[in-house]
Design a binder for this molecule. Structure first.
Ligand code: C5P
Length: 219
């Protein structure tokens, strides 16, 4: 069983993916983290994330066996890394290098301790369209840019970190633009994805709505 969840930054897809994975006891992969890890690796070398050769080399260097520990690095969460991730994500060589890794996980999912799972939940931008076009369930989770910026703003404030709403909104719009308009695997809903607009929902309502949608389809 494969559940694919796509959508723009801060739409709530990560929280939904984790809730669904926990509910069904499936393994979860945040594919954005893979792109973030590539962006981070390039930044660590003091290189430009748009440098095709260096970014592709960084993506090819991933060892699937050690991926869990790489993806745990808290530095992957910050906005600078998110920006770098969306730049390396434009590069076809980077996407190709990460494709097998994601497909393998979807088809042979495993938990953090290496135990096999009977299903997987992947979240990203192109899971339902490119990585797992045959996924059993597909969601496209979205919300207005203003609502998403507001969520990020509150998240940072709550964590006691500096936050500027206008800068966050501009960053989200720039990332949406880059993710949606790239030539390879752009951000878009698969034709058979269920669209979930979370603008006026909290995380529990999003989870409940998703479960209701799954129940209707798989009754
Ligand atoms: O989801 P997250 O914000 O962590 O993703 C970081 C960036 O990685 C996105 O802005 C996008 O450019 C890229 N990405 C992608 N395809 C995916 C997941 C993430 O291009 N499946």
């Amino acid at each position: 069983m494969i559940i694919a969840i796509d959508g723009p930054a801060a739409a709530g897809k990560g929280t939904l993916a984790q809730n669904l994975a926990q509910h069904f006891n499936y393994a979860f992969l945040d594919t954005g983290r893979l792109y973030r890890a590539v962006g981070y690796a390039v930044l660590q070398q003091n290189q430009d994330p748009s440098n095709e050769e260096i970014a592709t080399k960084a993506a090819k260097a991933f060892d699937p066996k050690t991926i869990n520990s790489i993806l745990k690095n808290p530095a992957l969460r910050n906005e600078t890394t998110g920006e770098a991730a969306s730049k390396v994500a434009v590069i076809p060589g980077v996407r190709a290098a990460l494709l097998d890794l994601q497909r393998n996980f979807a088809e042979h999912p495993f938990f953090e301790d290496g135990t096999p799972a009977k299903g997987s939940v992947l979240d990203g931008r192109d899971i339902g369209t490119v990585v797992c076009p045959n996924a059993d369930i597909k969601f496209f989770v979205t919300a207005s840019a203003e609502v998403r910026a507001d969520r990020r703003f509150k998240e940072l404030k709550d964590a006691g970190k500096p936050a500027n709403y206008d800068e966050i909104l501009a960053g989200i719009k720039a990332r949406d633009e880059r993710d949606s308009n790239r030539a390879t695997a752009p951000l878009k809903a698969a034709d058979d994805a269920k669209i979930l607009d979370t603008s006026n929902m909290n995380a529990i309502q999003v989870f409940q709505t998703a479960l209701d949608m799954i129940a209707v389809d798989h009754a």
